[in-house]
Design a protein around this ligand. Structure first.
Ligand SMILES: O=C(O)C(=O)Cc1ccccc1
Length: 307
């Protein structure tokens, strides 16, 4: 049966490029959404099988809208990730000298990644927020154009027949954005030996050293943390949760043991998915926290209990 995946649209966004790398993408119907939240709510309402959304950038860090939405939803799970190299062009409807560009439309995430270039090359240009880079590009062709120019992907500029005023305008060459495929809760994809696990850990109140205690559970089991961000819960000043990506899969004993330890300190911890790493980088697992070591330890304890 063919799948339906929503994504931050319209056609031509970096998110659509990420969708094309996801499992079963060739057969999937691509449903554009106007925002990350609306792409995710289509999953919640069973209108699609999954949503592809940006979650992290190698330069800018986490995409808060996505981290918060996924962490706060009880019924969403990450099942896959994809990495997309990001390069931007400045495009206009008609050829225009850089010096004449007064307004530039784009997605906030893109603007953050070209800010220094803009400061140097179109100083004083006003930023016009758009729902995506592709929406900004399309907006140049509207009867009342949204801006003089748009920051978008080279491909969408070419597809729409736009004029490329400047290429490779990103402040940091080689930046990557990480996207995730989010579905309703499901059995996690099989353990591959190169996996990640995403969790949301609400920091317990009035427990000095709680963060240290939580981190120790990962340290003692050799579980590497590859992303950690603190985000406000929104309910009270000083109330924070931690969004973390761990190296490993929930089916591995060391990851399961670390998370059971964390659960005793922070019972509202949420498991948001275990899934294969996009870069397939295999895990280095120390001998004392290997599956064999955990299994031998369990056999020993069971024997002491007479089982
Ligand atoms: O607007 C887009 O094209 C997106 O997919 C969001 C985005 C914007 C900038 C960098 C990475 C993702």
């Amino acid at each position: 049966m063919s799948r339906r995946y929503s994504y931050l649209g319209p056609s031509g966004t970096f998110t659509e490029a990420a969708l094309l790398q996801m499992p079963d993408a060739e057969a999937a119907e691509r449903i554009p959404a106007a925002s990350v939240l609306s792409a995710l709510s289509m999953v919640d309402q069973d209108q699609v099988d999954g949503a592809v959304v940006p979650i992290e950038n190698s330069v800018e860090g986490g995409v808060s809208a996505t981290v918060d939405a996924i962490s706060g939803a009880a019924n969403l799970q990450i099942v896959a990730e994809a990495l997309v190299p990001i390069s931007f062009v400045l495009a206009s409807r008609h050829p225009v000298p850089l010096g004449m560009v007064e307004t530039v439309a784009t997605h906030s995430h893109a603007w953050a990644q070209v800010r220094r270039w803009a400061e140097a090359n179109v100083p004083g240009a006003e930023y016009v927020p758009a729902s995506s880079t592709a929406a900004a590009a399309h907006g140049l062709l509207a009867e009342a154009p949204v801006a003089d120019a748009a920051v978008c992907a080279p491909l969408v500029a070419e597809q729409l027949g736009l004029h490329v005023v400047a290429s490779h305008i990103e402040d940091v060459a080689g930046a990557l954005t990480r996207f995730v495929l989010v579905t309703k809760p499901a059995v996690a994809p099989q353990h591959t030996g190169a996996d990640k696990t995403t969790v949301m850990i609400p920091l317990p109140e009035d427990r000095p050293g709680a963060l240290m205690e939580i981190l120790e559970h990962f340290t003692t089991r050799g579980v590497n943390i590859c992303r950690i961000e603190s985000r406000p819960t929104g309910s009270a000043m000083g109330d924070y949760f931690f969004s973390m990506d761990l190296e490993g899969h929930i089916d591995e004993a060391r990851v399961a043991a670390a998370l059971s330890g964390v659960h005793r300190i922070a019972p509202n911890t949420r498991f948001l998915g275990s899934y294969p790493r996009a870069d397939s980088k295999p895990q280095q697992v120390p001998e004392d926290v290997s599956e064999a070591a955990f299994s031998a330890a369990k056999t020993w304890v069971d024997s002491l209990r007479g089982r």
